[in-house]
Design a protein around this ligand. Structure first.
Ligand code: GLN
Length: 280
């Protein structure tokens, strides 16, 4: 089999199974299977592949056919300015979540020396992206999932940030270490009834633990705000990702818990996605 033939085979299989970007997905999966960039695929359509390369590619196509997300198949996802290792134990970083990084960078200049906490750190993408941009920040990430902590530590090593970051396997309920200048969080916020209407890629493969916000969607948000109140310094900034329909209620909870609401930011789809508040 040469590159052109196997690529067409992959595209046909994905098309038949109604996967939305059959061509692009096949290219990405082939490029990962033969460990060459996409340019190599376009420039060498007649190159003959080894049996092993063909086997790896066909296996990935079979998994993609069943809606497994590309990021889990190739074990990586770009976020902000870096590439992060991901697998089914962590949520795949979303472009909209880059809003949190952007806002933190807007608030604090390069030379500031601060302590940041990330509640529900997952792959570590938010905290690690912030630390890379702010060389004097120190970070702590916590997550209720033990497996996610192994992944965030791995990503910290890859990005050479191990000397400025600590990750703990802990629920926010019993985490009592330190006081922070900044707290960031992208907690699970999808309400129970909406979970089953998520895209198949998300519903069948991404960890429910990272998505489910309980019956009303606010279970984890409420907990995170309530605990952030004790973990943040006075005048510290709290930057939280929320669901598109949660702004008003979250503002109310923040006020009740002693935060001043600075602003809500919209994502690329023009939905409310991020709330910035200050501890008073
Ligand atoms: N933005 C994610 C999604 O809609 C949800 C992330 C979350 O619950 N924190 O798939």
């Amino acid at each position: 089999m040469n590159i052109e033939n196997i690529l067409n085979e992959g595209i046909n299989i994905l098309q038949k199974n109604k996967i939305s970007n059959p061509q692009l997905d096949s290219e990405i999966l082939l490029s990962s299977s033969i460990k060459k960039d996409k340019k190599h695929i376009f420039l060498n359509p007649k190159e003959i592949l080894s049996l092993e390369q063909t086997r790896i590619f066909r296996n990935l196509i079979e998994r993609r056919k069943k809606n497994e997300p590309i990021a889990y198949l190739i074990n990586k996802k770009e976020f902000w300015k870096d590439e992060f290792f991901v697998n089914k134990d962590v949520l795949i970083p979303r472009p909209d979540t880059e809003l949190i990084v952007e806002q933190v960078l807007k608030i604090y200049s390069k030379d500031m020396r601060l302590q940041a906490l990330d509640i529900g750190t997952g792959s570590g993408c938010i905290l690690l992206s912030i630390l890379k941009e702010r060389p004097n920040f120190y970070g702590t990430g916590i997550d209720i999932s033990k497996k996610s902590i192994n992944i965030s530590k791995f990503n910290a090593k890859q990005l050479n940030l191990m000397n400025r970051v600590k990750f703990f396997h802990s629920s926010v309920d019993n985490f009592r270490i330190g006081k922070y200048d900044i707290i960031v969080s992208n907690p699970p916020y999808i309400e129970l009834l909406s979970i089953k209407y998520l895209e198949k890629d998300v519903f069948n493969f991404e960890p429910k633990l990272a998505l489910s916000g309980g019956l009303d969607g606010f279970l984890k948000i409420r907990k995170v705000i309530n605990r952030a109140r004790n973990l943040i310094k006075k005048n510290g900034k709290f930057i939280l990702e929320i669901g598109f329909n949660q702004k008003n209620k979250v503002k109310k909870i923040l006020k009740e818990e002693g935060f001043y609401v600075n602003k809500a930011i919209k994502d690329y789809g023009n939905n409310d996605r991020c709330i910035i508040s200050t501890k008073i």
